[in-house]
Ligand binder design. Sequence first.
Ligand code: DGP
Length: 110
Amino acid sequence: MTIFQKILDRQIPARSVAEDEHCLAFHDVNPQAPVHVLVIPKVAVRSLAEATDAGMLGQVMLMAARVARELGIEDSGYRVVLNTNGNAGQTVFHLHAHVLGGRVMTWPPG
Ligand code: DGP
């Protein structure tokens, strides 16, 4: 079981930001920006590479946009990232979108 499944099951705590029937959003424990929130689907899918449900992916993206709006980074701008497998640095194998904002982002990412 992944650490994010344990958060979904309320076995370990997280600082929740938003929730609906499809997704949970919570603050990243190791923030890389003033706003750094993770959005996870309630279904356990290892990564974007293994996702087949377009509806689920859409719900994750819509929740990311909602979080950005509600945390006040919509107008200043934000980045949504899905690290996928090794070279991208994925460490938790429950699909998740990082919502990063509150500072200027560089491009390309390192
Ligand atoms: P990734 O490298 O894309 O798999 O990102 C995993 C993120 O999850 C990383 O930024 C740190 C975060 N994280 C790992 N364990 C926990 C935890 O127990 N609680 C919270 N809130 N975040 C976690």
